[in-house]
Write a protein that binds this ligand. Structure first.
Ligand SMILES: Cc1ncc(COP(=O)(O)O)c(C=O)c1O
Length: 402
């Protein structure tokens, strides 16, 4: 039996993905077995699948204070971001400038880079040392050629909350479209989507299954679909609907709404603050991102003289799952561009640890984790001090004398 099979797992990587809620799973199962039919068919069971899809759409629309026809289901956040940006570009060929921030998720940044190759000009707005984008700078860059401003709500690595309502208001005044990637905030923070033109979200970040999400598109916005086919989702997203996934998203949103109403985030925030306060007591640490404009579930801390990957692997040995940066970039050992954007050098950016809490986490897990991090940091620092002693000029002699 492998180590992890015996060990209790403490899952602290909820910004990467979340466990599926039991209630969510229960709600979706009938749509694999008894009611697997295509939602576009005419017979009774097909109509039942359609009814389930529309019920979920209504739950999501009500939650966001918008109307059902403004919700277009997609395969997740990446597709929603692609649809928002490429779709608006396709439908409005007269305008060729896009404004975004340097700390967006790759599904926004890479889409913008793709459009740059098609002749678009993209302005990547820097962030301050807390990771907050400058509203003034965005305002300054908007001109007659500006098609779209896209700024994320909550950053996936450092958890900073951006002033999206203020940016949306500027865009409204200047008659420029505003899109927000709300993948890390949807279902956690209360959002009135009617203030925005486009908003992306994903199911698997809120205890729903992977492979489902949506794009909110305000009525009247000129946008084209980017997938050609059968014209599902009002022609905006061809492809047979992922009925079970859509049902699971509706249920996950109902549960999320209850949690927001019951202010359950306050408990998670207390756990977050405990981790931050305890880890900052270790010498040579710094909190990345903002202390107060920060989602209740995110901790991102840099440790001097530590490789983040080594720390993650030592914690993994203790059954603790967390990450160094975003999951999407963790296969590359390049320093996080988000951490570099807030002013960390290669060194600080390499030694960072991201802990993202979920509803399932409790105080006992957090106490255990804090203790294990303290031990792991001390161990790794001792190893690098020993290596340095050995390899410094005269160090080996010094070693022999000991
Ligand atoms: C901010 C942000 N946007 C977009 C995505 C992509 O979402 P999905 O995994 O559903 O494609 C992620 C996923 O990590 C994210 O954190």
């Amino acid at each position: 039996m492998g180590n992890t099979e015996m060990m209790k797992i403490i899952y602290l990587d909820n910004a990467a993905t979340t466990p599926v809620d039991k209630e969510v799973l229960k709600e979706m199962l009938p749509y694999f077995e008894k009611n697997f039919e295509n939602a576009s068919t005419l017979y009774k069971l097909g109509r039942e699948a359609r009814r389930a899809v529309e019920k979920s759409r209504k739950i999501i629309a009500d939650f966001l204070q918008v109307s059902s026809e403004e919700i277009i289901f997609t395969s997740g956040g990446t597709e929603a971001n692609n649809l928002a940006i490429k779709g608006v570009a396709l439908a409005n060929p007269g305008k060729k400038q896009i404004i975004t921030s340097v700390i967006e998720h790759p599904s926004v940044l890479e889409t913008c880079r793709f459009l740059e190759k098609q002749g678009y000009r993209v302005d990547y707005i820097p962030v301050d040392k807390e990771g907050i984008v400058s509203v003034e700078e965005i305002k300054r860059r908007i001109n007659k050629d500006t098609l779209l401003v896209s700024v994320m709500h909550v950053n996936n690595e450092i958890g900073t909350i951006q002033p999206i309502e203020e940016i949306a208001e500027i865009c409204r005044q200047k008659k420029v479209l505003f899109h927000t990637d709300a993948v890390q905030s949807f279902g956690k923070l209360k959002i009135d989507a009617s203030k925005f033109d486009l908003l992306s979200a994903s199911g698997h970040k809120i205890n729903c299954v992977k492979g489902v999400g949506f794009l909110y598109i305000k009525k009247g916005i000129r946008i084209s679909g980017i997938l050609n086919g059968g014209g599902q989702e009002r022609g905006m997203r061809s492809g047979t609907e992922n009925v079970s996934g859509i049902v699971s998203l509706g249920k996950a949103v109902e549960i999320a709404e209850e949690r927001i109403k019951n202010k359950e985030s306050e408990r998670v925030e207390r756990l977050r603050d405990k981790i931050i306060n305890e880890l900052l007591k270790i010498n040579g640490t710094r909190l990345n991102g903002s202390r107060d404009k920060r989602i209740f579930s995110n901790v991102n801390i840099s440790f001097e003289n530590i490789e983040g990957e080594a720390l993650v692997l030592l914690l993994d040995d203790k059954g603790i799952c967390c990450s160094t940066g975003s999951a999407c970039s963790s296969h590359s050992l390049k320093a996080s561009s988000v951490l570099k954007a807030i002013g960390l050098g290669d060194f600080g950016a390499h030694g960072s640890l991201r802990i993202t809490l979920g509803w399932q986490n409790n105080e006992k897990e957090i106490d255990f984790t804090i203790n294990e991090i303290k031990k792991a940091v001390a161990r790794l620092r001792k190893i690098s001090a020993d290596v340095l002693t050995k390899h410094m000029p005269g160090g080996e002699e010094h070693e022999k004398e000991r």
